[in-house]
Design a protein around this ligand. Structure first.
Ligand code: ADP
Ligand code: MG
Length: 222
């Protein structure tokens, strides 16, 4: 098995002086290609910060981040954004959909930043709408959707650039248990399709879908 992601002694703090928060205090972990992993830990333990470092949304202060053996920790902002759009699908807490755009436009958004032709954007977006079973909602706005439909829109958007790695922060946090099962089955399917998946969750029933649980406490892997 190939190591997809390796973190060595990753440190990240926020703020300065008395207000300084040590969010990640030396994270070491490796994730293999094709794994589906849950990250668990109490609120404030550093889970979202870890996910943001993995996704290249923020840079660590210190330490080494290897993605497919390439160093990410030395990339500048522009290189980081290229890394993100080429490799990472992000599913943020509370969906983070754009309220003033239709489901179709939300999903098509990441494709517009690439070099895709309009015709290809339409074709790819329609395929994702069908895959996530929200084709009939394509012209609706997020406020007109159920929680499960919002999450399927967010997942479709994360899949738009066909990333190798999917990162999800509490993806079932605001869903009822029936919808949670449906969303977790979708993650499992994406994992069978070859995606490496990392899910931050509080929920034991979500963690059960994963191959492995990484527990973090006070910014350290237990
Ligand atoms: P979790 O997702 O496990 O609840 P976080 O990674 O969000 O934890 O936060 C870890 C710690 O870092 C918390 O004490 C939090 O308040 C702090 N933190 C996170 N992001 C920021 C930020 N942008 N600015 C200041 N403090 C932050
Ligand atoms: Mg969090």
């Amino acid at each position: 098995m190939m190591e997809k992601i390796v973190l060595k002694n990753i440190i990240k703090s926020f703020g300065t002086g008395e207000k300084k928060v040590h969010a990640l205090q030396g994270i070491n972990l490796s994730i293999e290609d094709g794994e589906m992993v849950a990250v668990m830990g109490k609120s404030g333990s550093g889970k979202s910060t870890l996910l943001n470092v993995l996704g290249g949304l923020i840079q660590a202060d210190k330490g080494t981040y290897l993605f497919e053996n390439k160093q990410i920790n030395n990339l500048n902002q522009k290189q980081l954004s290229t890394f993100r759009s080429g490799n990472i699908g992000f599913i943020l807490q509370y969906y983070a959909l754009l309220d003033d755009r239709t489901v179709f436009k939300n999903i098509a958004l990441p494709l517009k930043y690439g070099k895709n032709k309009k015709r290809d954007i339409t074709a790819k977006t329609e395929k994702l709408l069908k895959k996530m079973e929200i084709y009939d909602k394509r012209n609706n706005y997020p406020c007109e959707l159920s929680g499960g439909q919002c999450q399927r829109t967010a997942i479709a958007r994360a899949l738009a650039n066909d990333p190798e790695v999917i990162l999800a922060d509490e993806p079932t946090g605001s869903l009822d248990s029936g919808t949670e099962t449906m969303i977790m089955e979708l993650f499992k399917q994406m994992n069978r399709d070859g995606k490496t998946i990392i899910i931050v969750t509080h929920d034991e029933s979500v963690a059960k879908y994963c191959d492995r649980i990484i527990t973090i406490k006070d910014g350290i892997v237990q």
